[in-house]
Design a protein around this ligand. Structure first.
Ligand code: ADP
Ligand code: MG
Length: 466
């Protein structure tokens, strides 16, 4: 049985209930009796969770995600994609379970946080029948794909649920601990979700139904080899302008300049999520400062192609989700030489795209500026912020990014997750976000995204893509 020593609390796996020690000094919330783990039907043992969590997590790169080839995939490649996914997920899920267990008792006992904890236990137990041996038949692959679909569905509401849980616990824990946990958890979630979604997308584009609707030639699963940032900006603009129209009755305008035809290979769901959040901030500031006569300006710049070796490219693309894995030169070289058989030597250029989003929304005050990268920090008014944490106005329409991120993107602001989570998405594959505020005037936000290789190089790799 798993016993917690922190704050001397115990957890019974049979009753799925926390027992608070009588001597505790914690100021418990009045409804503490409801703050216990709801029963979970997860069958995975604590020993198994420990065992998996102790395994090193393998890195994930954009190159990994395209290496199984371009759909429709032959059976062997589909099996290889399933086994690759299986090699990455269990340790990652187990790690998250351990991290949740290590939170202070008062936090894990919160109904929203414990719901997320149970979701992880559930997902790990659904994987157990598969990872004990590899997936060798298409029938097993189909069952595994159903498990992946369940995993994506189960975790789709994680962000508002966790946000609400941590808001309810905020009196009882150190904000720095919250930020540390959320940052690690949400970054790890990006990788887990991406692994599952990539296999799902490859499966869908390779199965019988897909023959009726041929796969998009520029897509390898969830990756678009010819992603145009300008067109994503336009889609996000129209969504955010609609949200503004509903909330304020005003639609600010937006101009795009710079390299409007630039394209690179990246994951549209991620780019959509980040740009939607940045535009919401710029539109809100513009409207609230009464400056909607000045359009928001988005400038796109594409760095000159620098042809690099595969090793350099992988280094650039390596996962930044955790400080735990050491992506040393040796480790990388071993990794590159390790599971590389399907990947012919590739001269990979990783073009870097930068977007500058400039608004005349009055900038950010000196008091607010140090806090803007903290989860839950917002200058939005309290009632509306609470509504956002509770799931907003229930409008579930909109961009794929909403589903992809699992956050409620239909409110203009209020969760305080836009900047920190947007930055986590950008940094995941080696990009970043920086912000420059001129208080009293406006804000410039620089979003940098690292692509994977030159699209033409990838398209020309027939042995990898057939
Ligand atoms: P939210 O939008 O839910 O408040 P974010 O993380 O997106 O959360 O932003 C945090 C805070 O940073 C905002 O509440 C706002 O005060 C400030 N901020 C971010 N972008 C801008 C901007 N372009 N102009 C003015 N303030 C901004
Ligand atoms: Mg925001």
């Amino acid at each position: 049985m798993w016993k917690r020593t922190i704050q001397r609390c115990s957890f019974s796996t049979t009753a799925r209930r926390w027992t608070a020690p009588e001597t505790t000094q914690q100021p418990f919330p009045p409804d503490i009796n409801e703050w216990s783990h709801p029963p979970s039907n997860a069958s995975i043992s604590d020993e198994e969770v420990y065992r998996l969590a102790a395994k090193p997590r393998q890195p994930l790169t954009l190159a990994d995600l395209v290496k199984h080839g371009k759909p429709p995939l032959p059976d062997a490649a589909l099996l290889s994609s399933a086994n690759f996914t299986l090699s990455r997920l269990p340790a990652r899920l187990a790690h998250r379970i351990q991290a949740l267990r290590n939170l202070p008792f008062i936090v894990v006992a919160n109904p929203n946080v414990s719901k997320i904890y149970n979701n992880y236990l559930h997902s790990l137990s659904t994987l157990e029948p598969f990872y004990k041996k590899s997936i060798t038949t298409i029938e097993e692959e189909i069952k595994f794909t159903e498990v992946m679909a369940d995993l994506v569905r189960t975790h789709s509401n994680t962000i508002p649920t966790l946000a609400q849980g941590f808001l309810q616990c905020r009196k009882y824990i150190d904000p720095a601990e919250v930020t540390r946990f959320l940052d690690q958890h949400l970054r790890a979630r990006i990788g887990t979700r991406l692994c599952a979604e990539q296999h799902l997308a490859l499966h869908m584009a390779s199965t019988g139904d897909a023959a009726l609707q041929p796969p998009d030639p520029s897509h390898v699963g969830v990756i678009d080899l010819a992603l145009q940032p300008a067109s994503i900006v336009r889609q996000c603009e129209s969504f955010v302008a609609e949200v503004c129209e509903l909330k304020y009755g005003i639609r600010p305008s937006l101009v795009i300049n710079g390299e409007v035809d630039a394209e690179f290979a990246h994951i549209p769901m991620h780019v959509e999520y980040i740009i939607t959040e940045l535009l919401k901030n710029a539109f809100r500031a513009t409207i609230e400062s009464g400056n909607e006569q000045y359009p928001i300006e988005v400038t796109i710049a594409s760095a000159p192609d620098v042809t690099t070796t595969k090793l350099d490219a992988l280094k650039k693309l390596s996962v930044t989700e955790s400080t735990n894995h050491d992506f040393s030169q040796d480790g990388l070289e071993e990794y590159c030489s390790g599971d590389d058989s399907e990947m012919p030597p590739l001269k990979t250029a990783a073009p870097c795209i930068t977007l500058r989003i400039r608004d005349r929304g009055g900038g950010i005050s000196a008091e607010a500026l140090p806090n803007i990268w903290s989860y839950s920090f917002t200058t939005f008014n309290k009632e509306e912020a609470d509504e956002a944490a509770n799931g907003g106005n229930g409008n579930s329409e909109g961009l794929n990014a909403i589903a992809a991120s699992g956050s409620n993107q239909s409110s203009i602001a209020g969760l305080g997750y836009g900047l920190p989570l947007g930055r986590a998405y950008a940094e995941y594959f080696g990009g970043g976000i920086t912000l420059q505020s001129m208080y009293g005037w406006g804000t410039d936000v620089y979003l940098t995204l690292q692509g994977i290789g030159k699209m033409d190089d990838l398209r020309k790799r027939p042995s990898a893509f057939k």
